[in-house]
Design a protein around this ligand. Structure first.
Ligand SMILES: NC(=O)c1ccc[n+]([C@@H]2O[C@H](COP(=O)([O-])OP(=O)(O)OC[C@H]3O[C@@H](n4cnc5c(N)ncnc54)[C@H](OP(=O)(O)O)[C@@H]3O)[C@@H](O)[C@H]2O)c1
Length: 331
């Protein structure tokens, strides 16, 4: 099979396409022929060893000190089950599925344990959109619903509202019944409003910190605010939810007293199968629609990485692995 390989840390040009054996599923695994995947900020960080401040050493320890421990990148996948192990009961040959790969999603086939984070792909979204759910949508779910416990009627601010996580966070916050304000550049005003945001702040002209204490929750997807700044615009009991955190944020999370009951929350999204099923149901019902900005064939994965690395993308950068046309229509 064709697979992307990252032999060393570096620029997008280090990625090569090589022939690798098709994995053989064990008795508890399903073999998925991958139709699509996405290139995420996680894939960029793992390829470039570009970890957030304060996490560089930990990042290298996890992903490989001198070179990537896992050579085939790709943290999500979607495709068709083409073989099942003898003990598999959840899936059958021919099922359209999507899931978390952690590694190995940027290849033509992947073998995954059936009770890992894998679920049936809803027919209402295409393969590339389904491959986007375990990253952006799962992160939005984890921070807004699980950690932030956003309630109907609450006012929520989402920074990076046009990005990989942010554009799904706007939709998730709306689905939870919140009044949503997105922060992005002026060129993304219409895009963020089309996602469902009630208000949009263009950061070039308006400082989001200039509004006074109006938000019940801030989902800062891009590390725009530290806690001290965010507290200026949080109401009593307000929460700052951060995807980019380090030791300082972990310490701040543990401090029990906070004036006005303000809290900061940082964590790592690790969706399980039940959560993916919930995201699939939301997509089925039209509440979640990953927006694909660009689709690249596997051979052009370096270009896809370049697009992600700009940090200016609008929605999702997808890889069409099986077939351009097949992957871009709902199955
Ligand atoms: N903790 C976790 O479990 C977890 C999970 C997923 C991701 N993450 C992390 O979360 C972060 C966000 O990921 P992502 O994939 O959403 O990133 P991304 O797609 O690269 O985010 C880029 C977006 O941020 C916007 N942006 C750039 N500068 C801005 C500014 N000054 N103010 C407001 N918006 C601005 C851009 O909009 P404009 O083009 O309009 O500027 C663009 O839409 C990454 O650091 C990633 O590693 C963490």
């Amino acid at each position: 099979m064709k697979a992307a390989i990252v032999p060393q840390y570096g620029t997008p040009d280090v990625i090569k396409i090589e022939d690798r054996p098709i994995p053989k599923p064990s008795s508890k695994e399903v073999l998925v022929q991958i139709h699509a995947s996405v290139v995420t900020t996680g894939d960029w960080r793992l390829r470039a060893a570009a970890y957030p401040r304060g996490l560089k050493l930990v990042g290298r320890m996890v992903s490989g000190i001198f070179k990537p421990r896992h050579k085939i990148p790709g943290v999500t996948f979607s495709g068709i089950v083409v073989a099942v192990g003898s003990e598999v009961t959840r899936f059958a040959k021919g099922d359209p599925v999507f899931g978390v790969a952690n590694k190995g999603g940027h290849a033509e086939y992947i073998a995954v344990v059936e009770d890992s984070a894998i679920a049936v792909k809803p027919a209402e979204i295409d393969f590339a959109q389904a491959a986007a759910l375990p990253f952006g949508a799962a992160t939005a779910y984890h921070f807004l619903k699980r950690m932030g416990r956003v309630q109907p009627g609450e006012k929520v601010l989402v920074t990076g509202a046009s990005g990989g996580v942010g554009h799904l966070a706007v939709q998730m916050a709306k689905a939870l019944g919140a009044e949503v304000t997105g922060v992005a550049s002026a060129r993304n005003d219409a895009f963020v409003k089309e996602l469902g945001a009630d208000h949009m702040i263009a950061y070039e002209t308006t400082d989001p910190l200039s509004q006074g204490p109006v938000y019940d929750a801030i989902f800062d997807t891009i590390g725009l605010f530290d806690f001290a700044k965010a507290r200026k615009i949080l109401r009593k009991g307000g929460r700052l939810l951060v995807t980019e955190g380090a030791w300082r944020e972990v310490f701040q999370m543990m401090v029990p007293w906070r004036q006005n009951g303000h809290r900061i929350k940082f964590g790592v999204s690790e969706p399980d199968a039940a959560e993916l099923e919930e995201l699939a149901a939301m997509s089925k019902g039209g509440l979640l629609r990953p927006v694909i900005e660009a689709r690249f064939p596997l051979d052009e994965i370096s270009e896809a990485h370049r697009a992600v690395e700009t940090r200016r993308r609008r929605g999702v950068i997808a890889l069409n692995i099986r077939d351009q046309e097949l992957s871009s229509v709902a199955a």
